[in-house]
Every structure is written in C-alpha cells, then in structure tokens.
Ligand binder design. Structure first.
Ligand SMILES: [Zn+2]
Ligand SMILES: [Zn+2]
Ligand SMILES: [Zn+2]
Length: 173
C-alpha cells in the first residue's frame, strides 16, 4: 500500500466509475452479463437487441430512444423506430437495461444484480453518469410508510439527481 501517493477517495465510490476508467473492460463484463441474462431466460439476444444494447452500454449515461435510433442511423443501421422500441423493451424486461423514469431515457445495468437487493439510482447532473446502489433501508422505509396509510405499493422507484464524487471534487478545485 502506498499510503501517501494514493488518494483514498479514488476508490471509495466503486458504483461511480472514474471519468478516465477503462470502459472497454466494463463494457465486455456488461455484455457478458447481458448474454447470460438472455440465456437464463431462454431468450435470444438477437443481432438487433445486441446492437441496441451495445449503443446504450457504450457509456454510463442514460439515452433517449431517439438518441439510440440516431446513433445507429449514423453508423449506417437505419431502423424503424418500432423495432428499436421493441428491442429496448426486451432488454428492459431482461433487466440488462433500466429506464430512467425522470428523464424518459434508458441506461445499461452496470451493477451486478446477483442478489435481490433493491437499488436506488444516483444520476450526476454534470457528467451524466448513472450508478445504481443498494439501499434496502430506503425500501423498508417506503414499505413502512405505505403500510401506515394502508397503501399497497406496486412501483418503488427512487432516482436521485445531484453531483457525483468526481464532479464534486472537480468543482472544489
Ligand atoms: Zn465503464
Ligand atoms: Zn441494474
Ligand atoms: Zn459527475
């Protein structure tokens, strides 16, 4: 351990990848997880689904459906919007892509949801990086509050906008 030269903050927030991180490695892990998610469900990760997924997973940002269509179009893949929507739907159903409800956009799941832990979404308004973090206490509190009011919750979505540690650090420089 080199205690003096390393800044402890660098690795203190593993959910948020650093701006200069090796995304190639990230992407290949994410692709592997997507492939096995489709396999386990007995579904096919078709060429179209894979192309749409690769586009979304190219960054840790959320992307609107039209952005995806445009990006694919720029690469010479002209697709009917409905085909792209269907691919997004399949990817979302398989759990490898999530919808950022507050922005009507989609992002690739870079968190390994091996456990059933529920996640909240942290979204940086400066670098637009999105991270999912486990937050069971938050969902327990939601259950408690709902039950106090005799309410049976179906959808529990917690999306928080703000600044990631990297952007906080940059802003303070
Ligand atoms: Zn990455
Ligand atoms: Zn996820
Ligand atoms: Zn940021």
């Amino acid at each position: 351990m080199t205690s003096k030269t390393t800044t402890p903050r660098k690795h203190a927030h593993p959910a948020f990848p650093g701006p200069g991180h090796n995304h190639v490695a990230c992407l290949s892990q994410t692709l592997d997880r997507a492939k096995s998610a489709f396999e386990t469900r007995g579904l096919r990760l078709t060429d179209l689904r894979l192309r749409v997924f690769t586009e979304i997973a190219a960054s840790h940002h959320a992307m609107g459906a039209y952005d995806i269509i445009e990006r694919l179009g720029a690469k010479g893949t002209r697709l009917a919007p409905v085909s792209v929507y269907r691919a997004i739907e399949a990817l979302t159903a398989a759990g490898v892509v999530h919808r950022l409800e507050s922005a009507n956009a989609y992002f690739a799941c870079h968190a390994a949801h091996a456990s059933q832990r529920q996640h909240i979404v942290l979204s940086c308004r400066t670098c637009r990086t999105i991270a999912e973090v486990a937050a069971e206490a938050v969902f327990d509190a939601i259950e408690d509050i709902a039950s106090v009011h005799g309410f049976k919750a179906d959808t529990r979505i917690v999306e928080i906008s703000g600044l990631c540690a990297h952007c906080v650090e940059k802003a303070s420089q």
